[in-house]
Design a protein around this ligand. Structure first.
Ligand code: AP5
Length: 222
């Protein structure tokens, strides 16, 4: 097997989206972002989006049955030769569903990439995060755009995400500790976990992850 089937794990604001943007190009992988997909459903007011909205606005997880179905369809459609999953799985139930679906097709996960950051830094990052309608990311202090309020890449105005308000960030962190941290143990026990210190600069984090994944891919080919 030489395909790379990867997931990105970590608290909100760890830099999963920032790193995914670089890694998908490095390895030519289709990107499947759970939060991005859910926000699109919310924006389009689809049945799923209307159901997901109240959970997302409260900083809770959207129920497993809704998310699992949505993501497994995406993996089947876009990720049949490798994928980069951001924000899924976020519960042990989701991790088991992904493992079963891959196994049914004779596939398996290559690695679970964990980007660790402490709660204080999460709050600073998310309160200052700004993004455009195309999903390009900035930070008021850590990564400001050249022209204040506008995206360097597409010129669109930058906005703050609905769930990046202090109270909701704290709720998202509590949800992460309660429901997603057990997923770290799940992958650790299966020898799939790769840990990275997300408090380093975006380029440093990127270089470390890229080097690790490149050697894993090499091992897959041997
Ligand atoms: P989702 O959109 O997945 O949000 P999240 O996991 O909370 O992660 P974020 O997108 O907030 O952060 P990130 O780690 O991508 O950080 P980023 O790169 O942007 O999910 C949203 C909601 O959808 C959830 O709350 C839930 O309701 C629902 N949901 C999603 N998946 C689900 C699932 N599987 N099951 C159920 N419900 C689900 O970086 C943050 C900021 O920091 C940016 O401004 C960036 O410029 C800056 N930054 C990044 N890296 C660095 C660095 N190294 N140094 C300095 N600054 C940095």
């Amino acid at each position: 097997m030489s395909e790379l089937n990867l997931i990105l794990l970590g608290p909100p604001g760890a830099g999963k989206g920032t790193q995914a943007d670089k890694l998908k190009d490095d390895f030519g992988l289709p990107y499947i972002g759970t939060g991005e997909l859910l926000r699109k459903h919310k924006h389009d007011e689809s049945e799923l989006g209307l159901e997901a909205k109240s959970y997302m606005d409260a900083g809770d997880l959207v129920p497993d049955d809704l998310v699992i179905r949505m993501i497994l369809e995406e993996v089947e459609e876009k990720g049949s030769h490798g994928f980069l999953l951001d924000g899924f799985p976020r519960s042990v139930g989701q991790a088991e569903a992904l493992s079963d679906a891959l196994e049914e097709n004779g596939r398996r996960l290559t690695a679970a990439v964990l980007i660790s950051v402490d709660d204080e830094l999460v709050i600073a990052r998310l309160e200052g995060r700004r993004q455009c309608a195309n999903g390009h990311l900035y930070h008021k202090e850590f990564d400001p755009p050249k022209s204040e309020g506008y995206c360097d890449q597409c010129g669109r105005p930058l906005h703050q995400r609905d769930d990046d308000k202090r109270e909701t960030i704290e709720k998202r962190l509590a949800t992460y500790h309660a429901k997603t941290e057990p997923v770290i143990d799940y992958y650790q026990e299966r020898g799939l976990l790769q840990r990275f210190d997300g408090s380093r600069s975006p380029d440093e984090v990127h270089n470390l992850i890229r080097a690790t994944l490149a050697s894993l891919r090499l091992e897959e080919k041997l």
